[in-house]
Design a protein around this ligand. Structure first.
Ligand SMILES: Cc1cc2nc3c(=O)[nH]c(=O)nc-3n(C[C@H](O)[C@H](O)[C@H](O)COP(=O)(O)OP(=O)(O)OC[C@H]3O[C@@H](n4cnc5c(N)ncnc54)[C@H](O)[C@@H]3O)c2cc1C
Length: 320
């Protein structure tokens, strides 16, 4: 059996490829690289905005949110083509992939217009404030406290590992709003502007070296956050945490399996004409890696088909 997509999906691919060929930034511009995961160079901001305006940034969304109502197979093809060309949709991945996506899923229209759309159009950048010194894998133990007081919350506590916070305009922060409730039931999600008084971001380097600065400690000292910045309902933050993490994981495998394919193609090209090209051990290792890469892709396709049958989407892309 040869696996492929139907005509509608292939027509979508043709449209995308034509758009990419016409709009991918010139390589003379892309030499300017980001310094953190919330630092977007000017050329990349322009490209991200163009993707949004032309409906290619988040194809599953409707046009007013930077998409074109793409179905699951079209989304797959989209990720394949971007991965093949090493295209980065946004250099603020947690802003686009988690924060704006969570606001679209759980926020209200005003929040979508005020934060989600500007993040998607690269006019603002965002970071994700989940982890704390005492709350990593056990995220529900988070202790940063937000006390409702009239039309605002007063936030005190500390986050850590907050990628890109020092360059971000806003944070999506998970806070404890009911300390007496069972731990999963007393959490809420707040959008906090990073220039709010009392908020202190302290970037620190990772193991990569002193100039690899993306992580932050973020301290909240009586930070006043308007009640209108509450995303979803009070104490319903655990549902939003899970939604946010699902956004992070969704379809990630497509890009990674494409990167692995690209790497193996590069390795094969490098090997060509060298003494190793006839080395059975080297070829055997490469062959195994190529099979593993196919296996990852097939496992992913299998999950997609299972998901489609759950959603009752017709699966008509398998051709003999
Ligand atoms: C590159 C990178 C970027 C990140 N960016 C962000 C960000 O932007 N925002 C943010 O909020 N966080 C971020 N994080 C933090 C990340 O989500 C945390 O590392 C995660 O929450 C785990 O927490 P921890 O490091 O405290 O590990 P711990 O929770 O202390 O876990 C340490 C080890 O113990 C194991 N372990 C924990 N509990 C159990 C158990 N019950 N049984 C058995 N084993 C267990 C874990 O598997 C792990 O191996 C980032 C992390 C990385 C690596």
């Amino acid at each position: 059996m040869r696996l492929g997509y139907d005509e509608k999906t292939e027509a979508f691919r043709d449209q995308l490829v034509a758009w990419l060929e016409a709009n991918l930034p010139d390589s003379s511009l892309t030499v300017e690289r980001p310094t953190s995961s919330a630092d977007i160079p000017a050329w990349a901001r322009q490209f991200q905005r163009q993707m949004f305006d032309d409906g290619w940034l988040s194809p599953a969304y409707p046009p007013e949110l930077g998409g074109r109502n793409a179905d699951l197979f079209e989304q797959m093809v989209y990720l394949e083509e971007l991965g093949r060309r090493h295209v980065t949709r946004s250099f603020n991945p947690q802003g686009l992939g988690i924060v704006s996506a969570s606001i679209v899923s759980f926020g209200n229209d005003e929040q979508i217009e005020r934060w989600a759309v500007p993040i998607m159009r690269a006019e603002k950048t965002a970071a994700l404030g989940m982890s704390e010194p005492g709350a990593g894998s056990d995220l529900a133990s988070l202790a940063t406290r937000a006390v409702p007081d009239g039309d605002h919350f007063v936030v005190n506590g500390q986050k850590v590992w907050t990628s890109g916070a020092h360059d971000a305009d806003v944070l999506l922060v998970f806070v404890r709003t009911d300390p007496d409730a069972p731990k999963h039931k007393g959490i809420s999600a707040l959008i906090v502007e990073t220039d709010t008084p009392g908020l202190d971001r302290r970037p620190f380097p990772d193991l990569g070296g002193p100039d690899q600065v993306d992580f932050n400690e973020v301290f909240f000292d009586d930070v006043i956050v308007p009640s209108t910045n509450l995303v979803g309902d009070l104490n319903d933050g655990w549902r939003i945490c899970n939604g946010a993490l699902a956004h992070e994981r969704a379809m990630l495998w497509v890009m990674w399996s494409q990167s692995l394919d690209n790497m193996l193609d590069d390795a094969l090209a490098e090997l060509h004409g060298t003494p190793h090209a006839d080395d059975d051990v080297v070829l055997d290792r490469l062959g195994r890696s190529i099979m593993d890469s196919h296996a990852i892709r097939l496992l992913g396709h299998r999950q997609l088909v299972l998901l489609c049958s759950k959603l009752a989407t017709p699966v008509n892309h398998a051709q003999p």
